[in-house]
Design a protein around this ligand. Structure first.
Ligand SMILES: Cc1ncc(COP(=O)(O)O)c(C=O)c1O
Length: 368
């Protein structure tokens, strides 16, 4: 049996006619950038997250960058974030000329909030927690530190569409949040896409302007901006898919529960907290035999992934941050031991059982 890491056809095929009908409409109307479907999607996504505003942009990286710009964060400022994340989190801070200040992660893979206070300086302007793999960070602790020190909190929610922390959705936990609609995300477009949520009306207004050349109205450029607009076609695809997000997330959760009940004691399983709802964008296990297990799974038809094989502080592009090995021991340990297993809506129990049985047979063989 072959088990893909992700099979988007299983998500898209049942909705194909709906997509084709909508996309044809856009071709007929020559409706391609921003416009009514984007506005409708923004309203629907804001209501889904429980925020007052949602603003569609071109991708998750620029969502983060635009939030930073709208908060006037730039050269001379510092933003605290985590060493175990995707490049874009830190690149957004670099893009506005601010300095990323890293802290380590803890055993649920999210930022270790107990380390944040030790990194505060008089240049710190914001904290950027990442709800990594689909699970929210310790937002109460982070918001308390922010309040005491007059800082912004920018959620990197690019992997956590629909995740819940204490009855509130990701995207509604900080001062602003960035989402990515890269096709493989729990809510993905047919190409790049992104969105920003916030409850701050002034910030929302600036964000709307910055995403579209700083314009307050056509050809009135009041502030400096960029071109980071959400395409109409992507918004229509996302509107169709948003209706299914909760169902898809619960299908992921069922596969996760199956893995958890069968792999207990065999590998290190993802740590979850009862006060939050993990939406399993990725199901990440840990084992000291990671590379051998990954090869074994590959030979036996199971695709798996590494998110991420090199922590931020050891990436060449961030060498000017002057970090060295052992600076963030947890993040380094994770990058050597983590393995992401297949998990996606439409994945069958038989496929999950095949993954489980291959993992078990790998460990049985390696015990001999
Ligand atoms: C944690 C995180 N932040 C930011 C991004 C950037 O999103 P995009 O690829 O849409 O620019 C991603 C996308 O993979 C991500 O996983």
């Amino acid at each position: 049996m072959k088990v893909p890491f992700l099979d988007l056809n299983r998500i898209h095929n049942p909705l194909k006619n709906e997509f084709v009908e909508k996309l044809t409409e856009h071709i007929d109307k020559n409706d391609f950038i921003l416009g009514n479907p984007v506005e409708e999607f923004e309203k629907e996504f804001a209501s889904y997250c429980g925020t007052s505003h949602a603003i569609g942009v071109a991708n998750g990286l620029q969502a983060l960058e635009i939030i930073l710009r709208a908060m006037d964060i730039g050269p001379g400022d510092e933003v605290i974030t985590v060493a175990n994340t995707f490049n874009a989190t830190v690149s957004s801070i670099v893009a506005v000329g601010a300095k990323p200040v890293l802290v380590d992660s803890k055993d649920d893979f999210t930022i270790d909030s107990s380390q944040i206070k030790g990194k505060l300086t008089n240049k710190t302007k914001a904290i950027m927690p990442v709800h990594l793999y689909g699970q929210a960070c310790d937002m109460d602790e982070i918001m308390n530190i922010a309040k005491e020190n007059n800082l912004y909190v920018i959620e990197d929610a690019c992997q956590s569409h629909g995740a819940i922390y204490k009855n509130k959705r990701a995207g509604n936990l900080g001062h602003a949040a960035a989402f990515s609609f890269y096709p493989g995300k729990n809510l993905g477009a047919f190409g790049d896409g992104g969105l920003i949520t916030t409850n701050d009306s002034n910030l929302a207004q600036r964000i709307r302007m910055i995403r579209n050349y700083g314009q307050s109205k056509k050809y009135h450029h009041d502030i400096s901006g960029i071109n980071s607009r959400l395409d109409t076609m992507q918004a229509s695809v996302l509107r169709i898919k948003l209706k299914h997000l909760d169902n898809w997330n619960s299908q992921r959760k069922k596969i996760a529960d199956r893995y958890i009940s069968s792999l207990k004691g065999i590998v290190e399983l993802p740590k979850t907290s009862p006060d939050r709802d993990h939406i399993y964008h990725l199901f990440v296990i840990r084992t000291n035999k990671r590379d051998e297990l990954m090869d074994y799974l590959k030979q036996n038809g199971v695709d798996s992934g590494l998110h991420y094989p090199i922590p931020i502080h050891l990436q060449k592009t961030f060498s000017n941050l002057s970090h060295k090995k052992r600076d963030f021991p947890k993040s380094e340990e994770y990058s050597d031991t983590i393995l992401s297993l297949p998990i996606f809506p439409g994945m069958t129990n038989e496929e999950a059982d095949h993954v489980i049985s291959q993992i078990k047979s790998f460990f049985n063989a390696s015990l001999k």
